[in-house]
Design a protein around this ligand. Structure first.
Ligand SMILES: Nc1nc2c(ncn2[C@@H]2O[C@H](COP(=O)(O)OP(=O)(O)O)[C@@H](O)[C@H]2O)c(=O)[nH]1
Ligand SMILES: [Mg+2]
Length: 484
């Protein structure tokens, strides 16, 4: 039995378990409002769940200043190449291959790049262009360095989002981040992100001349405290000042004078950094690029693998449905283990280069089944499915329908979890079978929580259609709801 199903079910999400909890606590009223009410309760559950997901992470990794040596970068490039080769092996004519390979060979050349690339970034009108001009006149000529201005950060609506700009900045060896005073929250966050990405930087306090001397000293101090060093003050384009000269004959002469820019400290710090760390800065950039390229290649690889995995999961889910429908057993644990076919584990493992013997596959299937049971997923799914069945105006629910659809659903969740789990494995060092139970449990939970109740509704309908064609026909004509 081969059934085509609409694919994306991992997008967005509802906390199924949470929604179900709400559903149960409002059980009474739900039964009165019927399907519409049911959906809105799920929507509320999903909203809350999304809200929790969107909270900022507590601990930002602090990796600033981690230096790499050449051998480390070379092995990172080799790993990237291994992923690209794997893609070539599994999808010979993949459209991304050519550019991936080109970029990989570029990486090797990058290792010996002499010119240091500096990105100058910050909000709008902080003085990026001006500072680059001044540095180019005084600094660049004596150093092998190029300076480039990014699009301004912190623009609400624009062509470039901050994320785009940061992605661009990641390709540079060094960052000058400009500000004109105390850091705003968004400035601080961008600086933290640069740190987290292991991007060496100097915070430049430009337009210092707009402050009185003691004010500017205290701004500088506060910047230094927040950033723990690496802050310099500059005046890229000083305000012209009026000069008045009293001549001996009593006449007064006045004119505007343009003070010289002050980038002394910045030039000094920058040339020290470049002289001492230039080569390592280039290696670190190459390392970042290798990581990005590897992620891109792995993404393509996972995409092609997923295309092959999806119909397999769909096939096994309906096999499980038919089996459980024909031979309904009430016991939850039998449902859990029967739903996960060892052959499916083997087939999926094959796609992801995780070879299992039948015996190993049986162990994995059994482990998944008991995890699902322990996590309460079997019970939750069964309940949710029977509620959906009832609220779908199915006037006659054959014995075994709940078991059948539940088995299909659990098979699907197990299959998707395995796919998700396999996707996270390193490509080059796959040897399979050493299953990380903790990770598998987490993945199972994550995949289950991302299931959408909207999908479940369609899924149940599809299951009913397959298992009990006659019931589905009645429902399609639109019998008034008579379920309590
Ligand atoms: N007072 C003062 N003005 C500056 C300084 N640096 C730049 N400016 C002025 O700030 C404005 C914006 O500078 P610009 O370099 O175009 O900023 P960008 O948008 O970051 O590239 C221009 O009018 C510059 O003359 C400085 O150190 N002091
Ligand atoms: Mg500019």
């Amino acid at each position: 039995m081969v059934v085509k199903l609409q694919r994306p079910i991992l997008v967005g999400g509802l906390g199924l378990s949470f929604s179900l909890w709400m559903l149960q606590s409002w059980h009474h009223s739900i039964m009165q409002v019927g399907e519409f009410g049911l959906l809105s309760v799920f929507a509320v559950g999903g909203g809350l769940w999304l809200f929790q997901q969107n909270r900022p992470k507590d601990s930002l990794e602090q990796l600033n200043g981690r230096l790499v040596d050449r051998a480390t970068v070379e092995s990172a490039i080799a790993k990237t190449e291994a992923v690209i080769n794997q893609l070539a092996q599994e999808a010979e004519n993949h459209r991304a291959l050519e550019t991936l390979r080109e970029q990989a060979s570029q990486l090797l050349l990058e290792l010996d790049r002499q010119e240091i690339k500096v990105a100058v970034t910050g909000g709008k009108s902080v003085g990026k262009s001006t500072l680059i001009q001044v540095l180019e006149q005084n600094f660049v000529s004596s150093n092998f360095v190029s300076l480039q201005e990014t699009a301004p950060l912190f623009r609400e609506a624009g062509d470039n989002s901050d994320a785009d700009i940061l992605a661009e900045v990641a390709k540079f060896d060094f960052v000058l981040f400009l500000t004109n005073g105390d850091l705003t929250d968004s400035e601080f966050q961008i600086l933290q992100q640069l740190k987290a990405a292991n991007q060496p930087q100097i915070l430049v306090f430009n337009k210092q001349d707009q402050y009185l001397a003691d004010e500017s000293a205290s701004v500088l101090l506060s910047l230094k405290q927040r950033m723990q060093g690496n802050v310099v003050a500059t005046v890229a384009s000083p305000i012209a000042i009026k000069v008045r000269k009293h001549e001996a004959d009593g006449s007064v002469e006045e004119w505007m004078e343009q003070p010289a820019p002050d980038i002394q400290q910045l030039s000094q710090q920058l040339s020290e950094v470049l002289a001492q760390q230039g080569q390592r800065l280039v290696w670190a950039t190459t390392m970042r690029k290798a990581g990005l390229l590897k992620a891109e290649a792995k993404n393509w690889l996972n995409g092609t693998r997923r295309d092959r995995a999806t119909p397999i999961i769909e096939q096994y889910q309906w096999i499980a449905a038919a089996a459980a429908f024909a031979n309904p057993v009430p016991a939850l644990d039998i449902l859990a283990t029967a739903a996960i076919n060892a052959q499916m584990v083997m087939d999926l493992g094959n796609i992801y280069q995780q070879k299992f013997s039948l015996e190993q596959a049986q162990t994995v299937a059994g482990t998944l089944g008991s995890l699902m049971l322990k996590l309460g997923l079997v019970e939750l799914s069964t309940k949710a499915i029977s509620i959906v069945l009832k609220s779908n105006a199915v006037t006659f629910v054959a014995g075994g329908a709940v078991q059948g659809v539940s088995a299909a659903y659990l098979t699907r969740v197990a299959g998707l979890s395995l796919v998700e789990y396999f996707q996270q494995q390193e490509i080059a060092i796959d040897s399979g079978n050493g299953l990380n139970l903790d990770k598998l449990r987490q993945t199972l939970q994550k995949v289950f929580q991302h299931q959408q109740i909207g999908f479940l509704q369609g899924f149940v309908k599809q299951g009913v259609k397959l298992l009990m064609p006659e019931v589905q026909q009645v429902e399609l004509v639109g019998i008034p709801k008579a379920v309590s």
